[in-house]
Write a protein that binds this ligand. Structure first.
Ligand SMILES: Nc1ncnc2c1ncn2[C@@H]1O[C@H](COP(=O)(O)OP(=O)(O)OP(=O)(O)O)[C@@H](O)[C@H]1O
Ligand SMILES: [Mg+2]
Length: 395
């Protein structure tokens, strides 16, 4: 719509400019003829012509020169009488130059009053009036103002939309954490009861209940972290990911092997562990789905230049078609029958919003596999400082 309005506006103004140019040309021809007449004869019409044509020309800039192009006089050029002669001459010269480029001059033939023979020539140089010059630029000024407003409106709109999305995310997450809290504390109380009563105590059941409660507590911690400004803590990245990997390994198919590679085991980052685990878990779950439960997942951590670390998660799954890569982070985009399409948008939110990092599809090839990359800022290492190394890194 904007392009159509813009084109119409430019087209319309251009035709106006064309019309006005024609008029100015007609006028200037008449003006030159008048000068010629005034110079060549002196009859009673002259004062009239002067009054009606030459004097009212109060907007087209004109310079009259002699045969050799030397300045004779001018009209409608902004020259103050108080200017020095030098300055006046310079302005005239500049104007003349502009006029030479704008239009060919109009010839005035001066005849000898007695013999009627051609005596000499003069030239009328002119350029567009100020009004015409302004009118030519008008649509562009108008369009840039409209574009500026459109951009501003778009920015306000997009800002308010993001703010609304944030409120929904945060509100839902807080509410979920809150609602999970009640049954969770009740379950914990029941567990204590089981432990305390010898008649009902069964170590296997209690162990399993314990695990489930841990899991529920972790879920609550995730939701309550995403529902508030999560606290970031300095962690050893390799260690943090190693623990997530060993946790996941016990929960996924045995036909999926997981490997963790790193060139540096002492990379420090500021993360919120429950949320960051969630990111790794979501990406690995997607990888398992993409491989149909058989294949391998490789996580490689590499220190980058300028205080960044890259975490590449590569699977041997079915890949993402090129045309879909830009959509995978959109909330609601899913190709799975039972998917919500929220896993990656949540991961993106956690990485980019809370950790000021980046997450993107680094590479994907159908039937070969996909690599997701996460970039995080590292904590600058103080020399001589000892970094705890992961006790066990699954190979
Ligand atoms: N490793 C991958 N290989 C191939 N396709 C993937 C991979 N990861 C994500 N995708 C594609 O991106 C889509 C969106 O992923 P996302 O995790 O956001 O949602 P989901 O897994 O479909 O559902 P949810 O995670 O909410 O249960 C997936 O449905 C899948 O088509
Ligand atoms: Mg998913």
């Amino acid at each position: 719509m904007a392009a159509v309005i813009g084109t119409i506006s430019i087209y319309y103004t251009n035709s106006l400019v064309g019309e006005l140019k024609k008029r100015e040309k007609t006028f200037i021809d008449l003006y030159a003829k008048t000068i010629e007449m005034v110079a060549n004869q002196d009859n009673g019409d002259i004062p009239f012509l002067f009054q009606e044509i030459i004097v009212p020309n109060n907007n087209i800039p004109v310079i009259l020169t002699d045969n050799m192009g030397n300045y004779l006089n001018h009209r409608n050029i902004d020259i103050d009488e108080s200017y020095s002669e030098e300055k006046k001459a310079r302005i005239i010269e500049e104007e003349l130059e502009e006029m030479r480029e704008a239009y060919p001059p109009i010839e005035i033939v001066l005849k000898n009053s007695q013999t009627g023979m051609v005596d000499s020539f003069q030239w009328v140089y002119y350029k567009n009036s100020f009004l015409l010059a302004q009118l030519q630029y008008y649509p562009y000024i108008q369009l840039s103002v409209i574009a500026g407003f459109a951009l501003l409106a778009y920015m306000i709109f997009s800002y308010s939309r993001t703010a609304e999305q944030n409120r929904v995310w945060i509100g839902l997450a807080k509410e979920t954490a809150h609602q999970l809290g009640t049954p969770l504390s009740s379950l914990m109380a029941w567990l204590e009861y089981f432990r305390a009563e010898p008649e009902v105590y069964d170590p296997d059941i209690v162990k399993e209940l314990d695990k489930d409660i841990d899991r529920l507590q972790m879920i609550t911690a995730r939701f309550s972290s995403i529902g508030s400004v999560p606290a970031l803590k300095e962690e050893n990245l390799v260690q943090a990911i190693a623990s997530t990997v060993s946790y996941l390994q016990n929960r996924i198919s045995t036909k999926v092997s997981m490997r963790l590679d790193t060139d540096n085991e002492g990379i420090l980052v500021m993360i919120n562990k429950p949320l960051f685990d969630w990111v790794i878990e979501n990406i690995c779950k997607n990888a398992v789905d993409a491989m149909g439960g058989i294949g391998s997942i490789t996580i490689s951590i590499t220190q980058q230049k300028n205080d960044k670390v890259a975490i590449d998660i590569t699977d041997t799954g079915k890949g993402i078609p090129k045309s879909r890569i830009s959509q995978v982070f959109t909330p609601g985009y899913t190709t799975k029958q039972r998917g919500w399409g929220l896993g990656l948008s949540l991961a993106q939110r956690i990485v980019e919003h809370y950790h000021k990092g980046k997450i993107f599809v680094k590479h994907s090839e159908p039937e070969v596999g996909t690599t997701f990359r996460i970039l995080l800022n590292t904590v600058p290492q103080v020399s001589g400082r000892k970094v705890k190394i992961a006790a066990h890194i699954p190979a």
